[in-house]
Design a protein around this ligand. Structure first.
Ligand SMILES: O=P(O)(O)OC[C@H]1O[C@H](O[C@H]2O[C@H](CO)[C@@H](O)[C@H](O)[C@H]2O)[C@H](O)[C@@H](O)[C@@H]1O
Length: 273
């Protein structure tokens, strides 16, 4: 039975605006009886890389999340800012629940069709950002069905102008602006990782369980707040910062170890990371 401590929940309740964040305890060991698990991808299941297509997926990762999903009777989902297609290009065609494009696309479970939860991003937004990128040193533009990302990791000098451009587009087209790790994203309004988690938790397979969300980026804070509101806990992956999470794991390696421990004894020793 998963039992986050009251102290952990109280610490998480200080929220992302806490002046003195302190630190957070690790999450309780994962057991199958009571919980539902939501996993961010970049920075949580795989290390951050120089480019979106340069991430290294650990051997056995797809099998690990699939086995854990089976153990949890389907109550496990990857909730990513990437498109579902891009995620599956990297991870393989995993048969689990998925949400992509920051909640803009949703697959309720293995074998289900992907449901759009947002309107497609207008083509003119993408072409405006592509023109901006070309005129500012060749920033990397990553179009997705319901959002578009502009990566400035290799052109930090362009950030200020990029923000001005993106804020203008966001305000003119009523888009949500997200500032993740070395990336500015514009997304169709109404969907984020928090709404994706809430939608999963309304499904019969998930309802009434204790949700845990593991994520590293500020774009995961919507999900941390959502799980807290549902009596669950967010797990911040990486260095401590102001957050709505109630527990913390230091890095991707620790996430893999925590997931594998949740499969004991069936899976121990069968994956590498
Ligand atoms: O929600 P996530 O699964 O964490 O996805 C968030 C964004 O991740 C990707 O960008 C990030 O990872 C890249 C590869 O490590 C890195 O180069 C980039 O700087 C990061 O921002 C992805 O490309 C985006 O589409 C996702 O929204």
């Amino acid at each position: 039975m998963l039992s986050p401590t009251k102290a952990a929940l109280d610490q998480g309740a200080s929220g992302p605006d806490a002046a003195t964040p302190g630190d957070l305890p690790p999450p309780a060991p994962l057991t199958s009886e009571d919980c539902a698990v939501f996993l961010d991808f970049d920075g949580t299941l795989v290390e951050i890389a120089e480019r979106p297509d340069a991430v290294e997926v650990a051997p056995g990762l797809a099998e690990l999340v699939t086995a854990l999903s089976t153990r949890l009777e389907g109550r496990l989902a990857i909730v990513t800012g990437r498109s579902i297609a891009a995620l599956q290009d990297l991870l393989g065609p995993v048969e689990i629940a998925l949400a992509g494009s920051h909640g803009g696309e949703f697959r309720p479970g293995a074998g289900c069709a992907v449901e759009p939860l947002a309107e497609p991003i207008p083509a003119e937004i993408i072409s405006t950002l592509e023109r901006f990128a070309a005129a500012n040193g060749g920033l990397l533009v990553e179009p997705k069905p319901y959002s578009v990302a502009v990566h400035y990791r290799h052109h930090p000098e362009a950030l200020e102008a990029l923000l001005t451009c993106a804020q203008g587009l966001a305000s003119a087209h009523s888009l949500a602006l997200k500032h993740g790790k070395q990336v500015i994203e514009l997304a169709m309004p109404g969907s984020d990782k928090g709404t994706a988690v809430a939608r999963f938790m309304s499904l019969p397979a998930f309802a009434g369980r204790t949700p845990l969300f593991l994520g590293d980026d500020v774009t995961d804070e919507d999900a941390f707040r959502a799980v807290r509101g549902l009596g669950g806990i967010g797990v911040l992956v990486g260095a401590m910062r102001p957050t709505a999470a109630a527990a913390r794991l230091p890095d991707v390696t620790a996430v893999h170890a925590w997931l594998k421990a949740g499969l004991n004894p069936e899976f121990q020793g069968k994956t590498q990371s």
